[in-house]
Design a protein around this ligand. Structure first.
Ligand code: ZN
Length: 245
């Protein structure tokens, strides 16, 4: 990591009135949560149709077997890593006002972050599509599939965005508002391929905001909207930023 660029990034953060972090799968890889795409990604080993909302509603038993294997057999035990912890520490110290995450793994909250916008929802909650009842994933009996609503006995659905579903309205609104409000966007572990999330840093840049990017290699953002590119693992870069603040 370039120390001059790090110093520039720290100065931007110190001088900003409002800083938000925008995070993607790359920040959770060090917690053992695989990304969806890529060679060792989830879709290399699982059938994506389990997250197609039409298919899920038509074949909930089959879809839930796959969904449990992907999201609940291991991920409920995943722990936040140094990158999540550094962001929680930055928020506590007043250097960070919020996080917009594309991840559904709940690791920012586990790390202690308070103001988290879950752009794609969360695997931590299951929702009844009929009566709206919410169950926490760690209270569900995972032996018997599919999990059902205690009130109306309908199949519960993970409260995250499936293929063919819209972004939760409130999260979309809050994230869009930050493209106008926050002067600095810390873009971490995301390559800018998943729409509509990918357009948020582009909108922020168009609104005159500063984009600081943290990624292990250059992304769609690097040559287009990024002002300061800090190349490296999220844990190492964020620890270094926090230390210099
Ligand atoms: Zn119900």
């Amino acid at each position: 990591m370039d120390s001059l660029l790090l110093e520039q990034a720290v100065e931007k953060i110190r001088g900003a009135k409002r800083v938000v972090a925008f995070t993607g799968a790359g920040i959770s890889v060090e917690s053992g949560v695989p990304p969806f795409r890529g060679e060792n990604g989830i879709w290399a080993n699982h059938d994506p149709s389990c997250l197609d909302v039409k298919n899920f509603n038509a074949n909930p038993d089959e879809a839930w077997k796959e969904i449990r294997a992907i999201f609940y057999d291991h991920f409920l035990a995943a722990r936040p890593n140094a990158a999540h912890l550094a962001l929680a520490e930055m928020e506590k110290a007043g250097y960070l006002q919020g996080i917009i995450t594309q991840n559904i793994d709940n690791l920012h909250q586990k790390a202690g972050s308070k103001n988290v916008v879950e752009f794609h929802g969360s695997s931590q909650r299951l929702v009844c599509q009929t009566c709206g009842e919410i169950r926490q994933a760690d209270e569900v009996n995972w032996v018997k599939l599919p999990p059902r609503c205690e009130d109306c006995n309908m199949v519960l659905k993970p409260d995250f965005v499936f293929f063919g579903e819209a972004i939760p309205m409130q999260a979309h609104k809050q994230a869009s508002a930050e493209t106008l409000m926050a002067d600095v966007w810390l873009v971490i572990g995301t390559t800018g391929e998943v729409m509509p999330a990918a357009s948020l840093p582009v909108d922020a840049k168009r609104n005159g905001k500063t984009i600081i990017e943290v990624n292990v290699c250059p992304s769609n953002y690097t040559d287009t909207v990024t002002d300061i590119f800090l190349e490296g693992k999220a844990s190492e870069v964020l620890k270094a930023i926090m230390k210099s603040l």
